[in-house]
Design a binder for this molecule. Structure first.
Ligand SMILES: *[C@@H]1O[C@H](CO)[C@@H](O)[C@H](O)[C@H]1NC(C)=O
Ligand SMILES: *[C@@H]1O[C@H](CO)[C@@H](O)[C@H](O)[C@H]1NC(C)=O
Ligand SMILES: *[C@@H]1O[C@H](CO)[C@@H](O)[C@H](O)[C@H]1NC(C)=O
Ligand SMILES: *[C@@H]1O[C@H](CO)[C@@H](O)[C@H](O)[C@H]1NC(C)=O
Ligand SMILES: *[C@@H]1O[C@H](CO)[C@@H](O)[C@H](O)[C@H]1NC(C)=O
Length: 261
């Protein structure tokens, strides 16, 4: 099998593992891949956590009855210097793992005195709302694993890769991150946002800042959006020797808050 097909399959499996977590056959398949591919540490840790979860469920005899999705149990991760909390009265509405690129530009033939300018991001958003509540230890490992694989696409021969797709993240203009959570399968709404607060990721040199975004004026489905547990996305330190357009692979958790329904 071609490498990109293998890796798309892996990412889709990772992102949908909560669906198959109770299926021993799938677990065996993953163990086999693990052995065949010689997992690097993030994957090893992730699958070890999956294995532990399955084992625990088996011991508790819950193999056929997965716990109900309880998103309200989910705890949003906190940065070393925490972002302000969500505004009073909002409830957690959706949690997605975003996988895509942070984009930057550099002037032509720039020297080391010039730093790249952020010009937005593009990412596919995968619904991890239930993983967040039921398997928080798996969610916390996802961005660092997801960033290592290409985004699954609908036209790959693995259409089920999009089974958990819940939307798309992009920029309407340089300062307006947009979350379009409408796909052919589901409609979780939309929001045009603006950056309110930023704080360094624990590994700030590698991982883009954690953010609190606010909805812009309008009747949007979400009021506040957090970008946390980022993995990757930081640009080169300077523009020296860089092309004019730079794309840096990243993944992150997006926590979307809304008024109670
Ligand atoms: C997708 O997200 C919604 C919340 O927006 C949640 O109710 C639903 O159960 C999620 N599905 C999965 C499979 O995580
Ligand atoms: C960022 O890069 C992606 C991938 O090439 C591209 O599709 C997108 O248009 C770029 N977005 C911006 C804001 O530069
Ligand atoms: C967050 O941003 C708002 C708006 O700029 C500001 O008033 C507030 O002080 C910031 N809070 C923190 C903790 O940085
Ligand atoms: C806001 O949008 C919701 C959902 O689409 C709709 O039910 C509601 O009437 C809208 N409110 C206003 C003030 O436009
Ligand atoms: C991600 O969040 C979890 C808590 O949900 C935390 O334990 C973990 O260390 C975080 N990882 C990173 C890289 O921020």
């Amino acid at each position: 099998m071609h490498f990109s097909v293998v890796s798309s399959l892996l990412l889709s499996t990772i992102l949908s593992s909560v669906h198959v977590i109770a299926a021993p056959a799938q677990q065996e398949k993953r163990d086999a891949w693990n052995k065949a591919l010689g997992w690097p540490e993030p994957e090893y840790n992730y699958y070890k956590a999956v294995g532990d979860t399955v084992e625990k469920a088996a011991r508790a005899n819950q193999l056929v009855n997965q716990p109900a999705c309880n998103m309200q149990l989910a705890q949003m991760p906190q940065a070393p210097t925490p972002l302000p909390p969500p505004s009073a009265g909002l409830v957690l509405s959706h949690i997605a793992v975003g996988r895509g690129t942070q984009n930057y530009t550099c002037p032509k033939d720039a020297d080391a005195s010039v730093a790249p300018t952020a010009v937005g991001a593009v990412a596919s958003l995968f619904n991890v709302s239930c993983i967040a509540g039921n398997y928080p230890q798996l969610l916390s490992l996802l961005p660092s694993v997801a960033v290592r694989y290409p985004v699954p696409t609908a036209n790959s021969q693995l259409a089920p890769a999009n089974v958990m797709l819940s939307g798309h993240h992009y920029f309407q203009d340089a300062t307006t991150p947009f979350f379009n959570m409408i796909t052919s399968d589901s409609n979780y709404g939309m929001v045009a946002a603006a950056k309110l607060n930023a704080t360094n990721a624990p590994d700030a040199a590698k991982d883009v800042t954690w953010l609190k975004l606010n909805a812009k004026a309008g009747n949007w489905s979400f009021v506040e959006v957090y970008r946390v547990n980022t993995s990757g996305g930081q640009p080169p330190k300077t523009c020296e020797g860089q092309p004019e357009n730079i794309e840096v692979q990243y993944a992150a958790e997006y926590w979307l808050w809304a008024p109670p329904k």
